[in-house]
Design a protein around this ligand. Structure first.
Ligand SMILES: [Zn+2]
Length: 325
């Protein structure tokens, strides 16, 4: 089995190469990639590296495709089935797994980070990481399940309950998905976004001086956004650390007295558990969370450099990539 794919050789560059994928192990399937999503994290791992990245690697953690081969022990899926691939592999035994936080599994292996991902014609995945895509759901919508899953995890950790006021810093793909998912949960949500091009997708901003939110979620990798969010956190509010910061920008001044006197909570959010993928696909399939207007660019995978520049310059919302052949 041979396929065109991208191999990250060193931080800051990538190369196109041919790489032979092993045949699926007995509990694995081989998926022909129909569509893969590009996210800011891919830009970060290609340009700057990432804590979880093991080189050399094919990136890409947002994958929808059809099964073209399966291992002998796989009986829940057939060749030809369209599936979404939950990007994690977890152990089910460690403390994090037992708490339902598979994304924090001590043995977590993420597709596109620890093992090869979707910027390729084909990808190998364990059958237990698959989620079936209903026939009525188109692949371009289904692939948004990955970023949406991460948003559902963040809203769960921030306790975005019905009636809660949720302020979301950033109106990129994640910011928009966070707002739509928060509303689907019965919360009131606005995006706070200084960029007028992106503001057209969202309401609000900048946050009025006197406005306070029960949940503040920062979906933009800027220390200033974290400071602004802290200043707009209500008593007993939860600040969700959703967007990572580059190492040189990590270090936001924080008043512990503010947390003390107002009983506020800081909570990190990173990735998603399998169950978030199931919920995300269900909400995409029944139209609870519309995403069609968020897909700004569709490009062949071979135009990855163009796609990366669109994300870098914030000229896109969601970019989808299609392997050729
Ligand atoms: Zn585990």
């Amino acid at each position: 089995m041979e396929t065109n794919c991208i191999l990250v050789r060193e931080i800051g560059s990538f190369a196109w190469t041919r790489k032979r994928l092993a045949p699926p192990a007995e509990d694995e399937v081989l998926v022909r990639v129909e569509v893969t999503g590009l996210c800011r994290t891919d830009l970060k791992i290609i340009r700057h590296g990432h804590r979880d990245l093991v080189l050399p690697r094919i990136p890409g953690e947002e994958v929808v495709g059809r099964i073209i081969a399966r291992g002998a022990a796989v009986d829940d899926f057939e060749v030809g089935d369209r599936v979404y691939v939950y990007p994690g592999i977890w152990c089910d035994r460690c403390a994090a797994c037992r708490q339902g936080a598979q994304n924090l599994c001590r043995e977590m292996r993420i597709m596109g980070f620890h093992r090869d991902g979707g910027f390729a014609g084909e990808v190998l995945a364990p059958a237990r990481s698959l989620i079936p895509v209903p026939d009525a759901l188109d692949p371009d919508t289904a692939v948004l399940a990955e970023p949406l899953s991460c948003c559902l995890n963040a809203l769960e950790l921030g306790r975005a309950e019905p009636g809660a006021q949720v302020g979301i810093w950033g109106a990129g793909p994640a910011g928009l998905l966070l707002a739509r998912a928060a509303r689907a949960m019965g919360a009131a949500a606005i995006n706070i976004e200084p960029d007028p091009r992106r503001r057209s997708f969202a309401d609000g901003l900048p946050a009025p001086e006197d406005r306070r939110f029960d949940v503040c979620i920062v979906a933009v990798g800027a220390p200033e956004a974290y400071q602004d969010a802290l200043a707009h956190l209500a008593p007993r509010g939860r600040l969700v650390v959703f967007s990572g910061l580059l190492p040189q920008a990590d270090g936001v001044p924080l008043s512990f007295n503010q947390l003390h006197y107002y009983e506020q909570t800081l909570v990190g959010a990173y990735g998603c558990a399998y169950r978030h993928g199931v919920q995300a696909l269900a909400w995409l399939a029944d139209g609870t969370i519309p995403v069609a207007d968020m897909i700004s660019h569709r490009l062949p995978l071979s135009d990855l450099e163009t796609a990366l520049r669109l994300v870098e310059k914030r000229e896109s919302i969601k970019v989808l990539l299609y392997p050729e052949g």
